[in-house]
Design a protein around this ligand. Sequence first.
Ligand code: SF4
Length: 702
Amino acid sequence: MPTETRTTCPYCGVGCGVIAKVEDDGRVSVKGDPDHPANFGRLCSKGSALAETLDMEGRVLAPMVSGRPASWNNALDLVAERFSSAIRDHGPDSVAFYLSGQLLTEDYYVANKLMKGFIGSANIDTNSRLCMASSVAGHKRAFGSDTVPGTYEDLELADLVVLVGSNMAWCHPVLYQRLAAAKANRPQMKVVVIDPRRTATCDLADLHLAVRGNADVALFNGLLHHLAQEGHVDEAYVAQHTTGFADALMACQHASLAELAEATGISTLQLRLFFQWFAKTRKVVTCYSQGVNQSSVGTDKVNAIINCHLATGRIGKPGSGPFSLTGQPNAMGGREVGGLSNMLAAHMDIANDADRDRVQRFWASPAIALKPGLKAVELFEAVKAGKIKALWIMSTNPVVSMPNADVVKAAIETCPFVVVSDMYGSTDTARLAHVLLPSAGWGEKSGTVTNSERRISRQRPFLAAPAEAQADWWQMAQVGCRMGFGAGFAYQNASEIFQEHAALSAFENDGNRDFDIGAHAALERQEYDALEPFQWPQRAGSKPDETRFFANGRFYHPDGRARFVPVQAILDHRPSTEFPLILNTGRIRDQWHTMTRTGKSARLSSHMAEPFAEISPSDARQFDLEDADLVELTGTTGARCIVRALITDRQAPGSVFAPMHWNDSNSARARVDALVSNERDPISGQPALKNAAITMKKVEAS
Ligand code: SF4
């Protein structure tokens, strides 16, 4: 009898429900889950091709130590012994974990508990630092908490949807489908796309503002100034629910529309139109994604956007609000359990004494981390400097995806002890492991993920994990036990971890923290298995319809008020003579991250078959390039990469777009992120992956 399993797509932050069907002969097919509130049955090209990526080629089937198969016992003993000896000889900050938004919340929870609560270091960061850390920092500055107030339905209810730095059509395709369907039914709805590139998302736009890279702060400061000048500020809301408006307005440095046009690259006509639409539309949702976050001024960009929503009181209401879209399937779930090195579990702060005390008592922890740990770029800098003696990388491929990727690779090569947990043994990172641990993958493991609208959904297994592959949480719990922390890590299944996570979220939480799923703290295993998607918070005894954040105008700062954050518009990355172009790295429609899974599907790979760079016609002329030439891109890091030139007027002069997916395994010298320097946002630590200075030259046929 064929069996059907309801689960969740493992790719982007939309978090679509999937029904996987396994036939009697083992063949798997997938379709969208019509009852899942994220997608109502829709799937994009990547989700539809999930069944094509489930073959066993490249899977790690047994633990490997120094390239040779080993038993789990021996491998885990070795990991525990090497981490323990590094801690004994060099202190707890000499070890580090680097995690992934691909991990399930239960994996993330155990990793954070082990590192922050038992090892006593906060050197645990994640590739989600590359994805949404600036939004987290912006939320905390404005709201006093990392709270995403928006829901997908808000996009459908809004009369104006502003998409900033978000190629939603390719990067959140099902949400884009929902938006397109809503727009088709609601003639009054307008969509504004703010992006230096004319992306596929612009097909839906009533107005495309081709903003210069990093000029978003100038644009939204200009909007705030306009709102104040033209009498569109909600004075009562600002007075009752916020502080800091005057300072934020002062920071807008009044510029004429012509000066603003010069700074942003947007015509005065378009600026005026956008400002008027925003000012006069009551229901406005502003969505933002990597074009905002992946910047040296990412946090300021987030706050410049939020400032405009606070000024108009357009937050906490249906069809209104700022809305950060997460890139990865579980970037949000990682945040809930303290997946970033400056956070503790359940949206508590390492830097807060009361929070540390609360978590330590709950965990009965012997050595809670006392200070924030290293953020992703700093973490690999510490590896390079020889300060990290033992490193555990899980479910991610930093040798390809980190900025300055060549240096990251060299750093990992010099680290005395590297553990990699992954499904595949041939990734650029897995090849550097001293110990390679076989992880269960999508369709094999059990747990939860949280999507961009705070909706927690189950990932359920429908296939047996191959050979000796095991869940990531199990691997860490086993190492925790072997390091002498047994009582805290005696989990039998993912359900027990979820229960503990839910109980911690409610522990001594009388409404002073946003994240609370206490309603699920006593979930039985069968209830966990049957758990329907739900949005947090869901406090003990609360109903799902009580979940709209900020509807009562109260925020999580001690005085209950939101903060306007004064942000200065600084235009950085002025091109130099040596590196006259700005590289904007990004994603394409049919690939996911470093292609370890999507690269298996011939159908997906046929969309764009080789690495390329989009170059404007004027830059092509200047650099003597023709369409389909091979072009060598060189970054300030000294790294080079060779890709195919794609000449297109979608690309603004002075900038080059190149996808980050290709890697050494499938295309030599195409690791684009190697060109990007370690420059990062000083507040969030998020690297500026969309603003790297480069130059380029044609590769002459030899
Ligand atoms: Fe998966 Fe995202 Fe596509 Fe949905 S939109 S099917 S979550 S990749």
